[in-house]
Design a protein around this ligand. Structure first.
Ligand code: CO
Length: 135
């Protein structure tokens, strides 16, 4: 198994990023940490600290993008859970050796300067899962 250190963030797909940021500030004392537009992924994201934890809000720039398709199919809501690990490449190697279905077979540059990779929900009881290293 992979030795996850903690849940790094919970990803939430939202229709309106500004409105969602305000909701998390107002309801749970969220503090905006980063905001980033990632053109090639068709997403604008905001990272909020909530206490010691973190929520990542994801809005689609276009319908024909991963988050856009998610929103069209399922509406707003929980999108993924991200686990912090020491080394994403090593985590992927370990998961692959255990027969886990990976979306990313290699680490890639995620938002906010993180190194990330996604694990298919079919291997995690329906939950899209991300491993992330803050390295
Ligand atoms: Co994430």
């Amino acid at each position: 198994h992979v030795e996850a250190r903690s849940i790094h963030h919970v990803g939430v797909a939202v229709a309106d990023l500004d409105a969602a940021v305000r909701t998390y500030e107002r309801l749970f004392g969220g503090r905006l940490e980063h905001r980033e537009l990632v053109d090639d992924q068709g997403v604008e994201a905001a990272s909020l600290r909530v206490g010691d934890s973190r929520v990542e809000l994801l809005a689609a720039l276009e319908e024909d993008t991963p988050v856009g398709r998610f929103l069209a199919k399922r509406g707003e809501g929980m999108h993924h859970i991200a686990y912090e690990v020491g080394d994403v490449a090593a985590a992927l190697e370990r998961l692959a050796a255990e027969g886990v279905e990976l979306i990313d077979t290699r680490p890639r540059r995620g938002m906010f300067g993180l190194e990330v990779a996604f694990v298919h929900p079919d291997s995690v009881h329906g939950v899209l899962s991300e491993v992330v290293s803050v390295g």
